[in-house]
Design a protein around this ligand. Structure first.
Ligand code: FCB
Length: 471
């Protein structure tokens, strides 16, 4: 499928940063090689029984061995940038000891390979693979972990030169809430109070990491990536409006307020006071550290969410909404809300609703209420039930359509003055989709997990031609 001559009707800026994204545990494999030690995701995938088909990241896309081939795929795609993550357990296998040279060397080769191909590296320091040894000391519920992160951040910044833009964290919400409060991601804990304290320690780690990096290399650009959303109330009923505001607090404001305003939202502090330790772990001076200025903000966006008040299933059905199972009992209990689906709205293979207007809404809110620093869409994309056709090709027109709609939303937001400077498709490759294992495919390149063979899908060729026409 070649790019539609009528799309987009307005041009993107010539220097817009087009890219694709991946993360270490999802693609690398080589889980026990060259001094890497287990992360919480190794433990969780091997032991929890909560990953579809018992899949693990042991081999994944075998990117650790096939990275040259993947770099060539990026080069042929003509992206300007590549977002990937550095695996903490490859760098600091025993957490406090010296850095592991072989782990560093892998990322040095990767970064050099990107530079050779004229591609800007955008590494993330933490995409969920906490060293298991730190989890055993409390993980993100322990303040110590924040300091260990700052040490690790300093190591990678010092050792991996040739990177001008670093991201500290990917989606701390997901680490804290799916990992510590709802028990569906590693490390699989189900405790709301732990979710709140992990929230604070992740933010503190981010702030300490930013400060450590600025001390070492003042000119470096540092940001973080949040998964933010447009949360809508199912009706104007007070119960639904209040439920939407609480969900907005947990997903958006609890991160954005401390980062950009230096304070936690009062309603969230009150809510989590009921769940010890909650925010009682906050110490004097922490918020100044957390609100250390950053140079850019990464936004991961997949779809909007609609919520209604707890116990309003009947009203939801009467209004024509779908009422699905909650992510966990804990989530309804503390946010006093239910998630509902808007009828008729298309969904991806993740069962996530597609509505690009939520992206525009979110970007405009960020720029009006929070910050004018450059924004990047660090992840956007969709899973579909792709397959290899009898002619050997993988055709994914729905993914192309999804991307186009979201790019239009980006342009709309930019027309309103939003300082958006780049867009990264999730993902370059099909990969280990966390609790869904290999059963969900987000790649613009198909992976044959038996042979490791890569087959660019039609979305890959579409994106290549689109970039060519728009840069
Ligand atoms: C995001 C994650 C990323 C990937 C996509 C589908 O939450 O950051 O690793 O799993 O979702």
């Amino acid at each position: 499928m070649s790019p539609d001559a009528t799309f987009p009707q307005r041009p993107f800026p010539r220097d817009f940063m087009w890219g694709t994204a991946t993360a270490a545990y999802q693609i690398e494999g080589a889980a026990t090689e060259d001094g890497r030690t287990p992360s919480i995701w190794d433990t969780f995938s091997h032991e929890s029984g909560l990953v579809t088909n018992g899949d693990t990241g042991d081999v994944a896309c075998d990117h650790y061995h096939r990275y040259e081939e993947d770099l060539d795929l990026l080069a042929a795609l003509k992206v300007r940038a590549y977002r990937f993550s550095v695996a903490w357990p490859r760098i600091h296998p025993d957490v406090t000891g010296p850095a592991n040279q072989k782990g560093l060397d892998f990322y040095k080769r990767l970064i050099a390979g990107l530079h050779d191909r004229g591609i800007t590296p955008l590494p993330t320091m933490y995409h969920w693979d906490l060293p298991q040894s730190l989890e055993e000391k409390g993980g993100w519920t322990s303040r110590e972990t924040s300091y260990r992160f700052a040490d690790y951040a300093a190591t990678v910044l010092e050792q991996l030169d040739g990177v001008d833009k670093w991201t500290t964290f990917n989606e701390p919400w997901t680490s804290a809430w799916l990992g510590y409060a709802y028990g569906i991601h590693a490390p699989g804990r189900s405790d709301i109070g732990a979710g709140a304290s992990a929230t604070h320690h992740l933010l503190l780690a981010h702030g300490l990491g930013v400060q450590a990096c600025r001390d070492i290399r003042p000119g470096v650009e540092i940001g973080l990536t949040l998964n933010l959303g447009a949360i809508r109330a199912g009706s104007n009923d007070d119960a639904d409006v209040a439920a939407a505001w609480r969900n907005d607090g947990n997903l958006n404001r609890i991160w954005l307020d401390p980062l950009f305003k230096g304070e936690y939202p009062q309603d969230m502090v009150e809510l989590y006071a009921e769940y010890p330790p909650g925010f009682s772990v906050v110490q004097e001076g922490d918020l100044e550290i957390i609100s250390s200025p950053i140079d850019f903000l990464g936004v991961n966006y997949y779809g909007p969410g609609t919520v209604m008040g707890e116990g309003r299933e009947h009203e939801a059905r009467m209004a024509g909404f779908h009422v699905g199972p909650p992510p966990s009992e804990e989530s309804i209990n503390h946010l006093h809300s239910i998630g509902v689906g808007v009828p008729g709205r298309p969904r991806t293979a993740m069962d996530w609703e597609i509505d690009a207007s939520g992206l525009r809404e979110l970007l405009e809110r960020l720029s009006k209420e929070y910050t004018q620093i450059p924004l990047y869409i660090t992840e956007n994309g969709a899973a579909y039930h792709d397959y290899v056709g009898t002619d050997g090709a993988v055709r994914d027109p729905e993914r192309i359509e999804y991307i186009k709609q979201h790019l239009e939303a980006c342009l709309d937001a930019m027309d309103e003055g939003v300082n958006l400077q780049g867009y990264f498709i999730w993902s370059l490759l099909d990969n280990f989709e966390w609790g869904f294992g290999y059963s969900r495919r987000f790649g613009i390149v198909w992976i044959d997990y038996d042979t490791g063979r890569r087959i660019p899908k039609s979305s890959y060729y579409w994106y290549r031609d689109f970039i060519n026409a728009n840069s």
